[in-house]
Design a protein around this ligand. Structure first.
Ligand code: XMP
Length: 176
């Protein structure tokens, strides 16, 4: 069987750029003068964080964490294993978690809970893609790039078996 390959373009490079600029304006408006910590979730959020941070003309710190790839990275008790933790202390800081995609919601809900336990001033969430139809747990997404149907997607940070993160757009995956 041939390996799965990217299919049609679901979100084009230009659409992503326009939406990131809009999100940047909304986040800038909401946070104003407050000094923000952008927390990117490795590895999928790398392109999104890189673009979004440059759309935010405010004081901010960027840091990353990695949810363990063991299982889904979350446990049934709702905790998350961190394969790599933040290097900054977020106590008393305003935190914005930035991720590529929310699917069932378990990963983001657990990450939010984990960071909230560190006594930040606030924790909000921002995702590029939201598969609303797949949600299993309620989690507030404060900033959403695009709502997409329940199809597996690759590109702009999202991978299949480690491949296709470098595509400048979001595409479907054919042949799975
Ligand atoms: P949950 O279900 O916890 O999962 O919201 C979020 C994580 O699942 C992965 N995921 C995908 N990865 N294409 C991908 O490359 C997809 O269509 C997709 N849907 C879910 C992703 O790792 C995300 O962080």
């Amino acid at each position: 069987m041939p390996a799965p390959r990217p299919g049609y373009v679901l979100v084009a490079e230009k659409e992503i750029a326009a939406r990131v600029a809009e999100l940047g304006r909304a986040i800038t408006r909401d946070y104003g003068e407050t000094n923000l910590v952008l927390v990117g979730v490795l590895q999928g959020a790398i392109p999104f964080v890189a673009d979004l941070m440059r759309a935010l003309p405010i004081d901010l710190t960027v840091d990353f964490l990695r949810a363990s790839s063991y299982g889904s990275g979350t446990t049934s008790s709702g905790t998350v294993h961190l394969a790599a933790d933040l290097s900054v202390d977020i106590a008393d800081r305003h935190v914005l978690i930035v991720d590529d995609i929310v699917d069932t919601g378990h990963t983001l809900a657990a990450l939010k809970r984990e960071l909230e336990a560190r006594r930040p001033r606030s924790v909000r969430t921002c995702v590029l893609l939201d598969k609303t139809g797949r949600r299993e747990i309620e989690v507030t997404i404060d900033y959403v790039g695009f709502t997409i149907p329940n199809v597996f997607v690759v590109g702009y940070g999202l991978d299949y078996d480690g491949l296709y993160r470098n595509l400048p757009h979001v595409a479907t995956l054919e042949g799975i």
